[in-house]
Each structure stands twice: as C-alpha cells, then as structure tokens.
Design a protein around this ligand. Sequence first.
Ligand code: NAP
Length: 282
Amino acid sequence: MVEFPESNRQEFIAAVVGKPITHSLSPLIHNTAFKQENLNWGYYAVEVSVNEISECINAVREKNIRGLSVTMPLKEAVIPYLDGLTETAIKLNAVNCVFWDGDNLIGANTDGDGFVNALKSQLNQPLNQKSLAIVGAGGAARSVINSLGKDLVKEIIVVNRSNSKAKEAAYLGGPNARVGSYEDLAACDIVVNSTPLGMAGTPTESLLPVPVEFLSASQTVIDLVYNPIETEFLQQAKGLGASTFSGLGMLIHQALLQFLLWTGQNTSIEGIENVISDAVGR
Ligand code: NAP
C-alpha cells in the first residue's frame, strides 16, 4: 500500500518514489533546499513498487502532492499514468521527476541537464571544443548523451560492452556522437563512467570500467557513481594526475532542476554539497 505522509504541519508535500528507497539521498538534498529557501515543505521517501504505480499517482492527485522524484524501477512504468511529458522525457522514454502544470501532472527528466550543469561548473571553461567519451549506454548514459547532443561538445564517443545499446545511445547525441572503443579514450578531453562498476557494497566495487592505461594526466575523469565519493576508478585516474569529479555533482544538479520545476525557485548549491558530502562520507 502506498502511503504519503499527511501535510499537518507542512504547507506542501513532495517525495521520492521507488524500490528500494531507504538509502535515497534525495530527502536530504530537498529538505536542505526547502530549509535554505524558508519554504514550509516536507520531502519524504515513499516505497512504491511497479505494481503500485497507478495507486501512487492516484494518491498524488488526491492528496495534491506537489512534486515527485521518480527512481528505479519506476522511471518508465510511471509514464502511462501522467497527463503529459516534456520533450526530453519523450526522447528518453524515462521520467525522473513529476510536476504540476496547472491541473496536469507532467513527467520530466532532469538527469542529463543536471550532468551538464555540473560539468559546466566543474570545468569552468567552454565545452564546445571538448571531446567526451562515455563508458556505458544505460539510462544514465542516454540522458547525458541526449543533453550533450544539443551541440554542447565537439564530439561524443560511446563505449559500451554491448554494441547495439551503444548505437542506440549514440543516436541520441546527434551528428557529433558515435560508437567507439577503449582506444578512442586516450584522445578525449573528458572521460565519464556511466556503468555501475565501482559502487560500494556491490561485487564490482573494486572493478574498473576502463583500464587506466587509456587515461592520462591531461584529462578530466568523471564517475557517475557517487558512493563511494572516490571510486577505485577515480583514485587511479587521480594517481595519473587527471582532474576527477564524482557523481555527486550530477546528483545535486538534477535535484536542483526538480526543485525549480516544483517551486519556481533556485537555491544555492554550497549548503547542499556540504550536507551531502558529509552524509556520503560517513
Ligand atoms: P543501467 O541502465 O543498468 O545501465 C548500466 C550500463 O552499464 C549498461 O550500458 C551496461 O552495459 C553497463 N554495465 C553494467 N555492468 C557492466 C559490467 N560488468 N561491465 C561492463 N559494462 C557494464 O544503469 P544506469 O541507470 O545507467 O546507472 C548506471 C550508474 O550510474 C549507476 O551506478 C547509477 O547509480 C549511476 N547514476 C548516477 C546518477 C547521478 O546523479 N550521479 C544518476 C543516474 C545513475 P550493457 O548495455 O552491455 O548491459
């Protein structure tokens, strides 16, 4: 049964839905943001399985829940129950955020633009002459490639173990995107891991998505994995002298875009970065 908390003391309720959901960092991010902006909102983690999604969206409508973050395994399953989708959500066939547009519940996907915003703030230099390789071609890679494909970088190279998925993902990046191999990585300015390899508490925690012999000191290396903050991959890239960034940047920036869709407001990122780094570090 799907149970959203009652908004007794709070003006509005928002939530992240998915399964499993107990370890989600989204409540910490959004509740910090609401506090920073003096908004009397409460944000909760609510466990919802695929067969409960219809009940979940009915409850959102009945209880006037003002925003949803949507995570695994619901990103596609939620689509038939919404009134509309943004252009990005249509292209990706995946929703990570639900917001109200008047009386309509709309599905959006903020992951890719969140990655781009994080990258812009991390690099602090123009992206249009940069070549970027992304390892992996799943949901996270597709969202990143789709956002970068708006002519943001010079070239996107997709490297994935299964070629058919690499091709589908590269298609989202438009004419500047193609499928490549490990050998292509050495010539790229930016290398991104979008596979789950390196995630804490999994059998692949100590595995590398790419042999580090294909990396060098002049590159920026980014891992979309954010737990641990410094994966084995980032540690080894750092050891070579490369600049490294964890997936926390994307995680926080995609959340801030959701916050904007729900509240119409921006909020400063520094306070949130500190709270989340502390939480993941613990
Ligand atoms: P996904 O849809 O399951 O895709 C995973 C990709 O990794 C697939 O392309 C898969 O290859 C590849 N892969 C999986 N295991 C592999 C292995 N052992 N060797 C080589 N390739 C392997 O997952 P996702 O949703 O894209 O998420 C991927 C990672 O990104 C997760 O760790 C997730 O936590 C992280 N993520 C982070 C953020 C953030 O905000 N920082 C947002 C979203 C996701 P095949 O295509 O060949 O199966």
